[in-house]
Structure formats: structure tokens, C-alpha cells
Write a protein that binds this ligand. Structure first.
Ligand SMILES: Nc1nc2c(c(=O)[nH]1)N[C@H]1C(S)=C(S)[C@@H](COP(=O)(O)OP(=O)(O)OC[C@H]3O[C@@H](n4cnc5c(=O)[nH]c(N)nc54)[C@H](O)[C@@H]3O)O[C@H]1N2
Ligand SMILES: Nc1nc2c(c(=O)[nH]1)N[C@H]1C(S)=C(S)[C@@H](COP(=O)(O)OP(=O)(O)OC[C@H]3O[C@@H](n4cnc5c(=O)[nH]c(N)nc54)[C@H](O)[C@@H]3O)O[C@H]1N2
Ligand code: SF4
Ligand SMILES: [Mo]
Length: 889
């Protein structure tokens, strides 16, 4: 690749929507060092554990390197011709509604722009939706309804300038760790700063909160309707602002009062104490500067858009918007969720924040694109889109940079749909995702470190992703793959892009095209950017304006002039009739299942799952439950449980968490079929969506749990990745030099030795197999060596307790050879000289385990995070583990 930038390269972290700047340096040996960018406005020198470990995840041995059709490697020419022909012939025979794209907030803006243009302007359908449907679409609706456009008013500095941060359905400590660190620092600086956390779970984020409201899942709209009524009734209305700059305050307040009669009724509905609700309301009312952060606990709901508006209403009524330190602030999830929204990559948007239903906008975009057609109406939203694949209405679907076989609700149905469809095209950078299993055509894409373009973060800041690695194999950037297909579909003339900057320029030009100030999203001053200027582009917040002297300025904060982007320029109060989740628990399914993220894994683990460091913090999938619920059911920690409902079932070990409400269980979203037997939590999520936004209710499902009758437990460690199907439960974790598998089963295999050898030794393997078998106790142990190098080992027992500790065994795989003593002691499961068990890794920067930290706290009487840091270094680098350290203290 010729576009490699010089050393060190400034680029943007590819994980969460904070959008941190990183510096990448490559040593002569090729080793990549990633450090925080001191100047990037998002992080100002900070990074979290995932950002710090970016270097670990670059060398993925499972890259998709060549295009393939039906499992056979082909040239790019053949592959793109085939995709184009399949699309064209289906469109000719069945119309443009018979094809679809399903794209991602992890594409670059340039990729997203080209995909959207091809579908809406040239195929003439709006059947392009994105995984942002599962993520931000409720917030998009809430913004559009209230402000007239999908606009995030705040910026990160507001978090530092405020006196009250309300975190609603956001596990900031783990999901937006650098913003969490900024809040921690702000609180130190300003002890008057208060933090309220609204989350049914007591998460790591609760550590920062002065007040935690562990409300009933799904009851947020009642809480915020109650707040609106309270503010109105107690003289907290910003009368002049409401009169001059808003509509429908009276309607919204009246509606709020029907679902939230008084504080007592709200407390009852939300499962909170009256004191706690009163304390929150009083704090919100009496604090001038309030930022309300909302995330998936609000968005992923059958009434997520309403919940967003219920909380925006409170900011409008009190005028807490458009000024430093105040406003509703949607934290976006993916690195480019915002960029996707800017290009209109959702099925119900057009491009450059224009509306598909608006005929003038359609004409405008069609003129600009010089396109033969323009999508006349909204397309299918994600859940409906895959339902249409299932019914055969959609006959070809092109999936880019997302893993719907894992992340959509009711995944068994999605997998069925993909299995039945004969034209599943998947562009991905790795070769082993659950979705790729169903691909008829596989297209190898570039990924972070190789690709070149722009992303937009949660605070509307556009930053560059710059390449520092060569393209592996024949992988290409997504925009180029789509462009080649567009050419072969017959649209070469309007897809003349040689480099990603060509796309960026067009996108920038469209944002200003016939925009007389009625569209806020405008970056048109960049429409003529040169290559050098693009290379040097510094992060800026849109809209971008040109000063009289020709200099450019971004916009830190929106609505400072009280002008909104509705037809009359006024913000709209939305009348919200609060609803509880669409699903109810029953005698059959008595527990509420909540889902979410862990600190060190990213989504379906295609990158973080390959890092030993990141895989050690939460090493396996579990179902978390309150110890009281466990007690009632006779469940002990570590017991294997079946979690099931009418949609599917999971099989997971139990983990206790006192921070869960009774009757609630929690399963993380990350483990796929590549990493575990049956832990895809979306298998048991209902395909219920918000009627307006189409966002699925991914935080609420009714399930039941039952103990699984295990008769054996075991683990394997292998330098090779294995295909397992012999266990009821298995999961796989990357460790240094090997893969670790934990296993449990309901049936004893007939012959341990035979099975283990089949699994761990291939026919052409050299080397020797040592083993030990105690038939009466069903204890089996085996190990394979090549010369003195340990290749794999297996340990099996009737109960988990009889298995040896694994740290020492894992560590043997970091060695190139074992000495005689190590070899001899191996099958006993104990090191010849005892080794300290440091426990699970808490500080992943310095690899410091829980047991080490706890014993240092006791032995040395450590009282603060700073003292732990001075003693062990834990928590002194990225700071992601500080909430956990506080927990130990
Ligand atoms: N480590 C890590 N960070 C990530 C990601 C990742 O995969 N890993 N993904 C990124 C992406 S794409 C996203 S969208 C964001 C998501 O960021 P967050 O939204 O912060 O993360 P989640 O864990 O999905 O859910 C947040 C919280 O919502 C709570 N919740 C559940 N139901 C309710 C409810 O009814 N009301 C309220 N108030 N809260 C509720 C859950 O208990 C959970 O703690 O994270 C981003 N950052
Ligand atoms: N139950 C439940 N379900 C959820 C959620 C939840 O909280 N609960 N959260 C939802 C949310 S908010 C989100 S954002 C989704 C995320 O879910 P997904 O989008 O399905 O998950 P990812 O693992 O991020 O998938 C990204 C894919 O893109 C590939 N990739 C990486 N870089 C590139 C590139 O440059 N080009 C191409 N072509 N491919 C690339 C990766 O290898 C990976 O396969 O999950 C949603 N599903
Ligand atoms: S907070 Fe962490 S994951 Fe998110 S962008 Fe910054 S370094 Fe990356
Ligand atoms: Mo997301």
C-alpha cells in the first residue's frame, strides 16, 4: 500500500465512540507501540485497557486474505463481477426491493457513504440498514423529534464544566472508560460535582456515583416523566426559554402526569424508595449545570425513543441546554456510529442528515449524485430486513463489518435466514466469524491500521484513521470493494474514486449543497481538501464554518443561540406515555435477563479475543445472578446453568453478583460460537423492537434457569485452536502461547484416551503422548510433547474441584522447552516448586492479579488506590481497573 504515513502515525482508536487519538510507532523489528495522543481533544493523553492493547491484536492469524465464491478462492475481478451480476439479475427479475445491504458503525465514513449512495441512488431502494439500528437508532429518533435533526448538543468538556452528571443506562467505567476517567478527574478537581447513576445493576460505574438508583428494568420513562412533572410543579420552569424556544411543553407535562402521578407512584413503579427519587429530583432541580448521559440502558428498549425524549424534555423545561456544562448527551457506542448517521446509512434516512420522506430532499440528493433514481420510501430496518431474508422477499444481502449471526435478537432465526438465502455476501477482515459461515461470497476487507479515512465520535468530532500497515493478501478497503461492484453494475461514471479522499470530498460537498443553513450538518468547507491537507487534518467538531478571513472553525456546542432545526426553529417537547418492556415474566420464565459489555472485550471478540492480555480480565462467559436467587434455587457459584426461553437456550456457569436486583440475571454479549459452545446471548433475546426507531429490546428478556447435571469437568490447553463438540459446555480463552478451553459434560465419553488423542493429535503429528487414568475416579490426564516442548494437555475429573489450578500449566506454554522435573510433575498438575496463584488479572497493563492485590492490601495495610499504585503499579497506567481496586479496598 502506497499511502503509509510516516512514523509515528497519529490515528484514532477503532473501538468505542469516545474516539481517542493514538500514536503508533513501529520499530525496525516490526513491533508496534501504541501510546495515547497527548493532543487529541477526546482523550488528552489518556487511553483505556483496550486502547493500550491495540498492538496485541494486529497480527491476526485468521485474516481473510482472498475473495472466495462458494468456498473457492477467486480473483477480485471474478468476485466483483459475480456480486454485480447476482445483484443486477435479482433486481431485474424481482425489483430493487429484493436486495439489501447490512452495514456497520465500524466502517469509515467513506465506506459508508459509497454503500449508501449505491443502494439509495443507483439500486433505488432504501434497504440498507446498519448495526447502529441495534445501538443508536432510538437516540437518533429522540434527537430528530426534539431538535429537528439528529444532533448531539454537548461536548466532552461539558462533563468537566458541569455540577451534576446523571448517567442513565450507561456503564461508563467499562464502555467509555476514558470519559469515565475524565469524570473521575473532574470530580477530584471540583468536589461539588455530583454523579447519579440510573441502572438496575450496581456496575463498576456505581463507584463514582453519589447516588445510585437501581430502578426496575425498563422503568426509566416513568422516572423522567415524574421528574418533568416535579420540575413543572415546583417552579423550576425556565419560563422565557420555554416560551421563546420550545413547543408543546404543556402537552408533554400533562401526558407525563398521567403516568407519573406523584413521587410515591413513581417510586412504586420504578421499584425505588421515595427518598431516593426525591433526592434525585431535588438534585436535578437545584443544580443549574446538569449533563444527562444516556446509552444502551435507554436506547435498547421497545420504547427507547420515548425514553430519550422523556429525559430531553426535562432539559428543555429547565433550559439546561446549549450552555457550558449542560445538556442531554448520548454516548455513542461504535467508533463511527456518528459518521454513519451523517451519511444517512440507516434505512429511514437519506444522506447528509436529509429525510427520505421529503421530496425536495430526494430531488436535491438525486441532482447532486446525478443518479438515475432515488429510493422513494424508507427501507427495511435490521430486524425486519432479516425477516425478509427469511421469507425469501430479499434474495441477496451484502453484510459489511458486522456479525448479525451473533448480534441481532433471536439469532437462531437470523442464522436460519442466512442459511436459506443463496446470495449472502460478507465483507470482513477475519475468516472465522459466525456470520461468515453462511457466506456464499466472502470479500476480504482492510481493517484498522491499514485503512485510511475518517470517523466521527460522540461529541461530533471528525478524526482521521491513518494507515501504518500494508494491506495483507489481497484485502481492499471497503469503499473500493463497493466502488468496483458499482462499476460492474453499470454505474462507473458516478463512482469515480481513486482514493478515500475523493469520497470524503464528495461527502463534504453534499453537506453544503443547497444548504441555506437549514441543515446543521455541514462540513462543506472541506470539499476541496488536498491530499496534503487531508493527511494533516486535525480533529474538529462539526458543523464547520468559515470565518471572514477564510480560517475554519468547528462548533463546540449546539443550540447556543436557542435556534433548533425544526421548521419553526423551536425545540419540541414530546408527549411520552411511559411504557414498561413489552415482555413480561411468567411462572414459566420467571427471571429478567439483562445483557451488556465487559471491560476488555469488544463485541464479538474478533480482535480482543486474540489478545491474551485482554482475555484475562473476564476470562469466560457466565450468567450472573444475585446470591439470594441462587440460594432459592440451590445454585452454587460455578454450577453450570441452562438459561432458556421460547427463542433458544444457553449453557453457562453461574457467577454471583450482589449488585443485581433480585429476579434479574445478566449475561455479557461477547462470546460467539467461535469462543464457546452455547453462549450467544442474543439466542434468547426477543425480536421485539421500538415501533418508531426499530431498535430491539436487547436489555430485557424473560428466561428460566436450570442446573445442568454435569458428570465431568475438564480443561484443555493447546497451541492450536480446536473444534470442540464433545462437551455440553465449553469456552475458549487466548492465553500466552496457547488456547485454554474449559469443558463440562453431561455424559461420560466411552474412552477418554481415544477422544483426547483424536482432539489433540493430528495424524501427521510427531511427538509423544503421556497419560494418566484412574478409572474408578474417572480422572484422566494427558499431555503431548514434541521433543521437550509442550504442545497440549488435557485434565478431566468428575467435579471441577478435583481439577488442578491452571495458572502454572498455562505458563508452561510460554516456554519453548520443559525441563525433566517440569515434565515429570506435569501430569500431577502441581509444579515441583510451588508457584503463587495471583488470581484473575485485574490490572491488564501491568498484569497484576486479584489475589496479589488483595494480599498486598492486607499485608501492607493499603488504604487508597494511590497506595496500591505506589506498591504494585496496578491502576497507574490506563486507570481502567481503578473502580475494581476501590471495590477491594
Ligand atoms: N468494553 C467495551 N466497551 C464498549 C463496547 C464493547 O463491546 N466493549 N461497545 C461499544 C458500543 S457499540 C456501545 S453501544 C457502548 C454501550 O455502552 P453502555 O450502554 O454503557 O453498555 P451496556 O453494557 O450495553 O449497557 C449499559 C447498562 O445499561 C443497563 N441497563 C439495562 N437495562 C436498563 C434499564 O432498563 N434502565 C437503565 N437505566 N439501565 C439499564 C445495564 O445494566 C448496563 O449496565 O459501549 C461501547 N464501548
Ligand atoms: N443482546 C444484545 N445484543 C446486542 C447488544 C446488546 O447490548 N445486547 N448491543 C448491540 C450493539 S449496541 C452493537 S453496536 C452490536 C455490535 O455487534 P456486531 O456489529 O455484530 O459486532 P462486531 O464484533 O463489532 O462486528 C464487526 C465485524 O466487522 C469486522 N471488521 C472489523 N473491521 C472491519 C473493516 O474495516 N471492514 C470490514 N468489512 N469488516 C471489519 C470484524 O471482524 C467483525 O466481524 O451488537 C448489538 N447486539
Ligand atoms: S476509551 Fe478506550 S476503547 Fe474507547 S476510544 Fe478510547 S482507548 Fe479506545
Ligand atoms: Mo453499539
Amino acid at each position: 500500500m502506497s499511502e503509509l504515513s510516516s512514523n509515528p502515525v497519529s490515528t484514532t482508536c477503532p473501538y468505542c465512540g469516545v474516539g481517542c487519538g493514538v500514536k503508533v510507532e513501529q520499530g525496525l523489528d516490526g513491533a508496534v507501540k501504541v501510546t495515547p495522543d497527548q493532543k487529541h481533544p477526546a482523550n488528552l493523553g489518556r487511553l483505556c485497557s483496550k486502547g493500550m492493547a491495540l498492538g496485541d491484536t494486529l497480527d491476526n492469524p485468521q485474516r481473510l486474505l482472498y475473495p472466495e465464491i462458494e468456498g473457492k478462492q477467486v480473483s477480485w475481478d471474478v468476485a466483483s463481477t459475480e456480486v454485480a451480476q447476482r445483484f443486477n439479475s435479482i433486481i431485474e427479475e424481482h425489483g430493487s426491493e429484493a436486495v439489501a445491504f447490512y452495514v456497520s458503525g465500524q466502517l469509515l465514513t467513506e465506506d459508508y457513504y459509497v454503500a449508501n449512495k449505491l443502494m439509495k441512488g443507483f439500486i433505488g431502494s432504501a434497504n440498507i440498514d446498519t448495526n447502529s439500528r441495534l445501538c443508536m437508532s432510538s437516540a437518533v429518533v429522540a434527537h430528530k423529534r426534539a431538535f429537528g435533526e439528529d444532533l448531539v448538543p454537548c461536548n466532552y468538556e461539558d462533563l468537566e464544566q458541569t455540577d451534576l452528571i446523571v448517567l442513565i443506562g450507561s456503564n461508563t467505567a467499562w464502555c467509555h472508560p476514558v470519559l469515565y476517567q475524565r469524570m473521575v478527574a473532574a470530580k477530584k478537581e471540583n468536589p461539588a460535582l455530583r454523579v447519579v447513576l440510573i441502572d438496575p445493576r450496581e456496575t463498576q460505574t456505581a463507584d463514582l456515583a453519589d447516588l445510585h438508583l437501581p430502578l426496575k428494568p425498563g422503568s426509566d420513562a416513568f422516572l423522567f416523566n415524574g421528574l418533568l412533572a416535579y420540575l413543572a410543579d415546583n417552579g423550576h420552569t425556565a419560563t422565557a426559554f420555554v416560551a421563546q424556544h420550545t413547543d408543546n411543553s404543556v402537552g408533554a407535562i400533562n401526558e407525563a402526569k398521567t403516568s407519573a402521578k406523584d413521587v410515591v407512584a413513581v417510586a412504586e413503579q420504578c421499584g425505588l424508595s421515595v427518598e431516593a427519587v426525591n433526592a434525585f429530583y431535588a438534585l436535578f432541580a437545584s443544580t443549574d449545570k446538569v449533563v444527562s448521559v444516556f446509552s444502551q440502558g435507554v436506547n435498547q428498549s421497545s420504547s427507547g425513543a420515548d425514553k430519550g425524549n422523556a429525559l430531553i424534555n426535562c432539559h428543555l423545561l429547565t433550559g439546561k441546554i446549549g450552555k457550558p456544562g449542560m445538556g442531554p448527551f448520548s454516548f455513542t457506542g461504535q467508533p463511527n456510529a456518528m459518521g454513519g448517521r451523517e451519511v444517512g446509512g440507516l434505512a429511514n434516512m437519506l444522506a447528509a442528515h436529509m429525510e427520505i420522506e421529503n421530496s425536495e430532499s430526494r430531488q436535491l440528493v438525486q441532482d447532486f449524485w446525478q443518479s438515475p433514481t432515488i429510493a422513494p420510501k424508507q427501507g427495511l430496518k435490521a430486524v425486519d430486513l432479516f425477516e425478509a431474508v427469511h421469507s425469501g422477499k430479499i434474495k441477496a444481502v451484502w453484510i459489511m463489518a458486522t456479525n448479525p449471526a451473533v448480534s441481532l435478537p433471536n439469532t437462531n432465526r437470523v442464522r436460519e435466514a442466512l442459511d436459506m438465502c443463496e446470495n449472502v455476501i460478507v465483507s470482513d477482515c477475519v475468516s472465522n466469524t459466525d456470520t461468515l459461515k453462511y457466506a456464499n461470497i466472502r470479500l476480504p476487507a482492510l481493517t484498522w491500521g491499514e485503512r485510511n479515512g475518517t470517523v466521527t465520535n460522540s461529541e461530533r468530532a471528525i478524526s482521521r484513521q491513518r494507515p501504518f500497515l500494508d494491506a495483507p493478501g489481497e484485502a481492499k478497503p471497503d469503499w473500493q470493494i463497493i466502488t468496483e461492484v458499482a462499476h460492474k453494475m453499470g454505474h462507473a461514471e458516478q463512482f469515480q474514486y481513486d482514493i478515500s479522499l475523493d469520497v470524503f470530498r464528495e461527502h463534504a460537498a453534499l453537506s453544503g449543497y443547497k444548504n441555506e443553513g437549514e441543515r446543521c450538518f455541514d462540513i462543506s468547507p472541506l470539499a476541496d481538501l488536498s491530499v496534503e491537507e487531508f493527511d494533516a487534518l486535525q480533529p474538529f467538531q462539526w458543523p464547520l464554518k468559515e470565518n471572514a478571513d477564510g480560517s475554519l472553525v468547528g462548533t463546540q456546542r449546539l443550540f447556543e443561540d436557542g435556534k433548533f432545526f425544526t421548521p419553526n426553529g423551536k425545540a419540541r417537547f414530546i408527549s411520552v406515555s411511559a411504557e414498561m418492556p413489552a415482555t413480561q415474566t411468567s411462572d414459566e420464565y420467571s427471571l429478567i435477563l439483562n445483557t451488556g459489555r465487559v471491560r476488555d472485550h469488544w463485541h464479538t471478540m474478533t480482535r480482543t479475543g486474540t489478545s491474551a492480555r485482554l482475555s484475562s480480565h473476564v476470562s469466560q462467559p457466565t450468567v450472573e445472578l444475585n446470591p439470594d436467587d441462587a440460594d432459592m434455587r440451590g445454585v452454587k457459584e460455578g454450577d453450570l446453568l441452562r438459561v432458556h426461553n421460547e427463542y433458544g437456550e444457553l449453557c453457562l456457569p453461574a457467577k454471583f453478583d450482589k449488585g443485581l436486583r433480585k429476579g434479574n440475571v445478566f449475561v455479557p454479549i461477547h462470546w460467539t460460537k467461535q469462543f464457546s459452545g452455547s453462549s450467544v446471548v442474543s439466542d434468547v433475546m426477543p425480536p421485539i423492537v421500538d415501533p418508531v426507531s426499530g431498535q430491539p429490546e436487547s436489555k430485557f428478556s424473560a428466561v428460566e434457569i436450570e442446573a445442568v447435571d454435569t458428570v465431568w469437568h475438564g480443561f484443555l490447553i493447546s497451541r492450536r485452536q480446536l473444534n470442540l463438540d464433545m462437551a455440553s459446555f465449553w469456552h475458549c480463552q487466548k492465553v500466552e502461547g496457547a488456547w485454554y478451553y474449559s469443558l463440562a459434560g453431561e455424559q461420560l465419553p466411552e474412552n477418554w484416551a481415544e477422544m483426547s488423542r483424536e482432539l489433540l493429535c493430528q495424524s501427521d503429528d510427531k511427538g509423544d503422548w503421556a497419560e494418566y487414568f484412574d478409572k474408578s475416579r474417572q480422572i484422566y490426564r494427558g499431555a503431548r510433547f514434541v521433543n521437550d516442548r509442550l504442545e497440549s494437555c488435557v485434565f478431566v475429573s468428575q467435579t471441577a474441584k478435583e481439577l488442578p489450578a491452571t495458572n502454572w500449566l498455562k505458563q508452561l506454554f510460554t516456554q519453548e522447552s520443559l525441563n525433566k522435573e517440569e515434565r515429570l510433575s506435569l501430569l500431577s498438575g502441581k509444579p515441583s516448586t510451588p508457584m503463587e496463584d495471583t488470581g484473575k488479572v485485574v490490572c491488564s497493563c501491568f498484569n497484576i492479579g486479584e489475589k496479589t492485590i488483595k494480599s498486598a492490601i492486607q499485608a501492607q495495610k493499603l488504604c487508597s488506590v494511590e497506595e496500591i499504585g505506589a506498591c504494585l503499579k496496578a491502576g497507574t497506567n490506563c486507570g481502567s481497573c481503578i473502580p475494581e481496586l476501590k471495590g477491594f479496598l
